[in-house]
Design a protein around this ligand. Structure first.
Ligand code: SF4
Length: 195
């Protein structure tokens, strides 16, 4: 089996935050992504790359400065990645995560789009460690609206729990069983999954 992703992990001890997002969506998806080395680009990822400054200006408010596509790393989570945008305000940082192809709501972020929320909170924790400033808000920018969430202690605790389970899966190399749900219809790994 082609395991480039695995060797990269062994070398650094850090996993990508995008892998945590996939783990929350479906643990088997994260497993296949890491242990097969098969990588894919979703439409949403492609659209994310096309984000322009005028688009950013239309969304970002009351910030002194912004950092776009910056590398952040968390020793607490043992995760790292490129956050879409970090805005600096007097009170602290605001982390933006772009999901331009998905219609979001606060309710959906706590249910079927929970993987996006966990990803954004992980970026927030990593941004705090990297830039040594607190994150006061997370803005998940969907196709229809911007949903603002506070990085509460309970959300941080939830993310820590997922990160722990992800690292444990990677360390053990235990392959999660496929579970057929509606998510499989949208999953980029469905042709590899063979359930
Ligand atoms: S096809 Fe379904 S079970 Fe398989 S990895 Fe994707 S979401 Fe998980």
């Amino acid at each position: 089996m082609y395991r480039l992703g695995y060797y990269r992990y062994v070398e650094t001890g850090f996993l990508p935050i995008t892998l945590l997002k996939e783990f929350v969506y479906c643990p088997r998806l994260a497993y296949l992504e890491l242990f097969t080395g098969y990588s894919y680009t979703t439409d949403s990822m492609e659209r994310g790359k096309e984000v322009t400054y005028s688009y950013i200006e239309s969304i970002v408010r009351n910030v002194k400065s912004i950092r776009v596509q910056c590398y952040v790393k968390s020793k607490f989570l043992k995760l790292c990645g490129l956050v879409d945008l970090v805005g600096e305000t007097r009170g602290g940082l605001v982390v933006y995560e772009f999901k331009p192809l998905t219609s979001l709501s606060r309710k959906s972020l706590f249910s079927r789009h929970k993987h996006f929320l966990v990803q954004a909170i992980a970026y927030a924790i990593a941004s705090e460690e990297t830039f040594k400033r607190p994150v006061i808000e997370i803005c998940v920018v969907g196709a229809n609206k911007v949903v603002v969430v506070k990085p509460s202690p309970s959300l941080r605790h939830t993310v820590k729990g997922y990160a722990k389970r992800l690292h444990s899966m990677v360390k053990s190399e235990d392959e999660p069983s496929p579970v057929k749900t509606y998510k499989c219809n949208y999953c980029k790994m469905r042709n590899l999954c063979y359930f």
